[in-house]
Design a protein around this ligand. Structure first.
Ligand code: FES
Ligand SMILES: [Fe+2]
Length: 359
């Protein structure tokens, strides 16, 4: 398992950014144990409905806040009170900011009785956590997924869990620059255009090519704008048989190990007619096609060895630029502006458009 330091990414083992930690249904008033970023964490939903994540171990004497079934605090359903969570061992209670706000048998509450807590946003049926090695507030927004989640005529994704992979996330992000894998892995043909654009914390992949199966007519060109906003959330607007929106996301569990998910929202009508069961089924079938295409990348990742330095040829995409861009999330945020200066810009790997049509 190659780690962040093996790839020389920077000061931190885990990146700064927004990360999926589960689906909405996984947060409830019964706290649950989760593990990401090499840390044991606890997820719970406050009485307002807001989900929270705090570190798992109580600063009093180290009990796990979620792994208990027999304490009377658990049996009596007193684990979550308002927005706070109560430890099953001696009943100390912590607010969503992590600060202890009640000890059942003491008026004195030490300042040090504080759990690490993380910002959490629920969006598009998914729980997203802000992870920052510096412990600061988010310096970029969680994506809005094209706004399609709330748009009439769009069928929501059903999140596909793609597996826990023994691979560093950098090798998944490499895909942004990976011009050469589209023909063998994804069945692309007759490439017209392939480029990457780096804009601060965002990297785009602009793609135009034919496709063996995804286009309606053999001569049609599939045009994709795919981008990472931050280190872990890929989005793609796709025009094909249906308009659709891809989400691929991965979260470090340990340094060098990730959990990966996929989803596809599909537009089945313009919103003026109801979404029938048949349309919903067609959308889910379309999502399944997208999942299978992504599973082709996943199969490679599941079985490859780590690639610390790609052996590149001139017509490969700009792996080096993507990796340089990716490093910004593993280093203090005050270094990000310099990192942006080094990577921002457009890198064209291939352009076969007629010069009149070229932008
Ligand atoms: S260990 Fe949590 S209250 Fe004592
Ligand atoms: Fe791919």
């Amino acid at each position: 398992m190659a780690t962040s330091s093996d790839y020389r990414l920077g000061e931190y083992d885990f990146p700064r950014g927004w990360f999926m930690i589960g689906e909405s249904a996984e947060a409830s008033s019964t706290p649950s144990a989760i593990r990401y970023f090499g840390q044991d964490l606890v997820l719970y939903r406050g009485q307002s409905g807001q989900p929270y994540v705090v570190e798992a171990y109580c600063p009093h004497m180290g009990a796990h806040l979620a792994k208990n079934t027999t304490s009377y605090i658990v049996r009596d359903g007193e684990q979550v009170e308002g927005e706070s969570i109560r430890c099953p061992f001696h009943g100390w209670r912590y607010g969503p900011d992590g600060q202890c706000n009640h000890i059942p048998y003491s008026d004195f509450v030490p300042k040090a009785a504080k759990l690490k807590s993380f910002p959490v946003i629920e969006r598009a049926g998914i729980l997203w956590l802000w992870h920052d090695p510096e412990g600061l507030e988010p310096d970029f927004d969680l994506p809005d997924f094209g706004g399609h989640w709330d748009q009439p005529g769009w069928v929501h994704w059903k999140v596909d869990y793609m597996g826990d992979l023994d691979i560093h996330p950098i090798e998944v992000v490499d895909n942004m620059a990976d011009y050469g894998h589209f023909v063998p892995i994804h069945g692309a043909k007759d490439f017209v255009y392939f480029a990457n654009e780096f804009k601060d914390h965002v990297v785009h992949q602009y793609y135009a090519a034919g496709h063996r199966t995804l286009t309606l007519n053999p001569e049609d060109v599939l045009t994709l704008d795919t981008w990472y906003a931050g280190p872990s959330i890929l989005q793609s607007e796709m025009e094909g048989a249906f308009n659709s929106f891809i989400m691929i996301t991965h979260t470090p569990i340990e340094d060098g190990k990730i959990r990966v998910w996929h989803g596809l929202m599909v537009q089945v009508n313009d919103g003026s007619a109801p979404i029938t069961d048949d349309l919903r089924a067609a959308a889910l079938e379309y999502q399944e096609g997208s999942r299978l295409a992504f599973a082709q990348d996943v199969e490679i990742w599941q079985n490859k060895r780590a690639c610390l330095n790609p052996l590149v040829v001139p017509n490969d995409g700009p792996y080096g630029k993507v990796r340089l861009w990716y490093k910004q999330f593993y280093n203090p945020r005050d270094q990000a502006p310099d990192a942006h200066k080094r990577t921002n810009g457009l890198y064209v790997t291939l352009d076969k458009r007629k010069s009149s049509a070229a932008a």
